[in-house]
Design a protein around this ligand. Structure first.
Ligand code: ADP
Ligand code: MG
Length: 520
């Protein structure tokens, strides 16, 4: 066992699979293996009364204990509770993410020795609320989260490393535009990055938090189920365990169809059986609209970056679902270029996260490849304001999407009456003018205004959007020296006490003196 208090570890907390990687003594990223001996850990949690099982063994239980299984909990990150009760109890998605990360921590500490600092990845498209929840999941798992990093950025960094751009001699090379197409199990992300020497600049990003390999599986599953209904008037989807078993079969068949022209599926339910042979062609037909959705977003993102296909030097394939031949073909047709498959699509994100962790840790220690990241925000950030003309509430956008981070914006609010003690700022994220259609990040109530302020005193509220997509707020009362750092009261977020008790419960570890994820 190594001594590794400074070990640089990055974790890709995926919707369907999670991966951990670290930097070896030469600064090279390597994937870690879990207790089962695998590099990929299914992000599936089984909650028994007497134990919690994470990963492959939890997946096996999908055919028999579906009512106790949390699957794709990342899709619910940002919500107060996971959409389904497990064994009669409701859990916040942070706790489910916490269990997954805790398994990775326990398993990898066997190889690395005790370490606590990590970088965790998030889809670029994650909004502020989901980023905060991801950091909280890391905290619950017993980690100190050094930073979060966007998955496509991490992928580009790892790609840059493997291409030698981060080495002493590789830096200073020409500027390259890379399009990162990441189709995982539950989310889709596309990002245009510029790699300029050792600088990684995101130009534009877009995606869909509800589109991924699972949707391809579901099409196969529905196809079998509909055949069942046609033949027997029975729907196997009525029984969650039967559905769970059928899903596993469909996922397998989908993988087969990436390698072969046909696959067979069978389903048994209430003594009846359906066997179905599916050709790759049929499968592609069943899922064409899903692929089209990714093509549409890809074209739009390229446009948002102000680039044409001829400007793109590489198309980087990330995510297990890019193994589907239809994805490669679609991108080839769209771009007229051959997509790059030189890096492992399931490991590249974790490698980038480990490189980022190395960078953050070497600020103290002094090793590992150096590079710089510049991000854009994936959603516009605004405040809820009263429109003086219509008297209606609207989203006043302060920082438009695809702005380079860190970004700052300020807005002047005015007190309504003399001697006013507080003002309330409501922060929203989204493109719509109607606040109700945006994601409610939270409120910031400025309570400690100096006494005796006249009516209509200007109050300057300054937003700082950091490189990692987290937000902080600073309030200044014009004409005074009062500057107040304000914590945002977040919607659906766990309190400090709740975080600490989940941390104790799941990781067995005491609270950190300061909650890192709260230092925004
Ligand atoms: P996430 O980051 O969302 O957890 P991953 O990048 O690990 O996802 O990709 C997982 C998805 O990739 C799953 O939906 C899985 O079925 C799919 N996948 C993995 N290998 C293949 C393959 N050979 N053919 C088709 N799909 C695959
Ligand atoms: Mg992924």
């Amino acid at each position: 066992m190594k001594q590794s208090s400074q070990c640089a570890v990055g974790i890709d907390l995926g919707t369907t699979f999670s991966v951990a990687a670290y930097l070896d003594s030469t600064g090279r990223p390597l994937t870690l293996i879990n207790a089962e001996g695998d590099t990929l850990t299914p992000s599936v949690v089984l909650l028994e009364d007497y134990e919690v099982v994470v990963g492959k063994e939890a997946v096996k239980a999908m055919g028999s204990e579906m009512e106790r299984i949390a699957d794709c909990s990342k899709r619910d990150v940002g919500q107060r509770m996971f959409h389904k009760a497990l064994g009669g109890r409701q859990y916040p998605p942070e706790a489910l993410g916490g269990w997954i990360l805790n398994k990775l921590r326990m398993d990898t500490q066997k190889q690395l020795g005790a370490y606590h600092k990590v970088v965790i990845t998030v889809p670029a498209y994650f909004d502020e609320v989901r980023r905060k929840a991801t950091q909280d999941a890391g905290y619950i798992a017993g980690f100190e989260v050094l930073d979060i990093i966007n998955e496509p950025t991490a992928a580009a960094v790892a790609f840059g490393y493997h291409q030698g751009f981060l080495s002493e001699t590789g830096a200073g090379a020409q500027r390259r535009n890379v399009l990162v197409y990441d189709l995982g199990g539950g989310t889709f992300d596309v990002t245009v990055m510029q790699i300029d020497g050792r600088e990684f600049v995101a130009l534009a990003t877009d995606g869909d938090v509800r589109l991924g390999g699972r949707d391809w599986d579901q099409r196969l599953l529905d196809c079998v189920a509909e055949e069942f209904v046609r033949k027997y008037g029975l729907d196997p989807r009525e029984d969650p365990n039967v559905e769970g078993r059928l899903w596993r079969e469909c996922e397998e068949a989908k993988r087969t169809l990436s390698a072969r022209q046909r696959a067979t599926l069978s389903c048994e339910y209430r003594g009846q059986t359906v066997r179905l042979e599916i050709t790759r062609e049929k499968f592609e037909e069943l899922t064409l609209d899903l692929l089209e959705r990714t093509a549409f977003t890809t074209r739009q993102t390229l446009q948002a970056a102000g680039l044409e296909w001829s400007d793109i030097d590489r198309i980087l394939l990330v995510g297990g679902s890019t193994r589907m031949p239809s994805v490669v073909r679609m991108l080839r047709d769209l771009s007229g270029k051959e997509p790059d498959q030189s890096v492992s699509p399931d490991e590249v994100v974790a490698h980038g996260a480990a490189l980022h962790a190395g960078l953050l840790l070497t600020r103290h220690a002094g090793r590992a490849p150096r590079f710089q990241i510049r991000n854009v925000n994936s959603h516009s950030l605004g405040v809820v304001a009263n429109d003086p003309q219509t008297k209606e509430l609207r989203n006043a956008i302060l920082i438009p999407r695809n702005t380079q981070l860190p970004a700052e914006a300020k807005r002047i609010f005015r007190t309504r009456k003399a001697g006013q003690k507080s003002i309330l700022v409501r922060i929203v994220e989204g493109e719509s003018a109607a606040p109700a259609d945006c994601s409610q990040i939270g409120r910031c109530s400025v309570r400690d205004l100096p006494p005796g302020l006249p009516a209509r005193t200007p109050i300057e509220v300054r937003f700082r959007y950091r490189e990692n997509g987290r937000l902080s707020i600073r309030v200044k009362v014009t004409g005074t020296n009062a500057v107040l750092e304000h914590e945002i009261m977040r919607e659906n977020s766990l309190t400090r006490d709740q975080l600490n008790s989940w941390r104790k419960y799941i990781s067995g570890l005491p609270p950190l003196a300061q909650i890192v994820s709260e230092d925004a």
